[in-house]
Write a protein that binds this ligand. Sequence first.
Ligand code: GNR
Ligand code: NI
Length: 176
Amino acid sequence: MASLPIIVAPDPRLKVVCEPVETVDDAVRKVLDDMLETMYDAPGIGLAAPQVGVQKRMIVADISRDEEGHNAYIMVNPEIVWESEEVLDYEEGCLSLPEHYAEVTRPERVQIKFLDRNGKEREIKVSGLLSTCIQHEIDHLDGVLFVDHLSNLRRSLILRKLQKFKKQQQKKAVGA
Ligand code: GNR
Ligand code: NI
């Protein structure tokens, strides 16, 4: 397994609508394993393939705390097939928007259809933080970041700060 670098916004690779996975083969499972390692390493509670430069519909999530051991959700071609009327406001963060947080409103419960790491079709209903997290990850597969749920003003403020931060990092890297 390998921990991969995470792409930070603004970046055109985070704005792409990802392609479905055709077959869940060993190459796909290798990417899923690397995504899990990257997520635990970051650390984060979720990760979508486009965040590590893979434009395919794959996500991983694990909201358990260290003391509880791991409980990883691995989903290929995830689709929301039902969502609740009730909503949940949650203060979201994103590994591609480091150090920025904002409240986002989403359906409180969703039912997800997906393929597991053996290519078997499954369906689960999730609620609370796991539901928020999985919806955040599926957004990534459609090129949507949590800032896209905010006002234009708040979004451009955050993206401008990140652009500046990235330019400084680049200068440091070339020793300027
Ligand atoms: O680590 C993460 N935390 C988080 C907190 C609230 C709502 C969503 C998330 S997902 C995020 C990791 C990430 O960027 N996944 O794409
Ligand atoms: Ni994210």
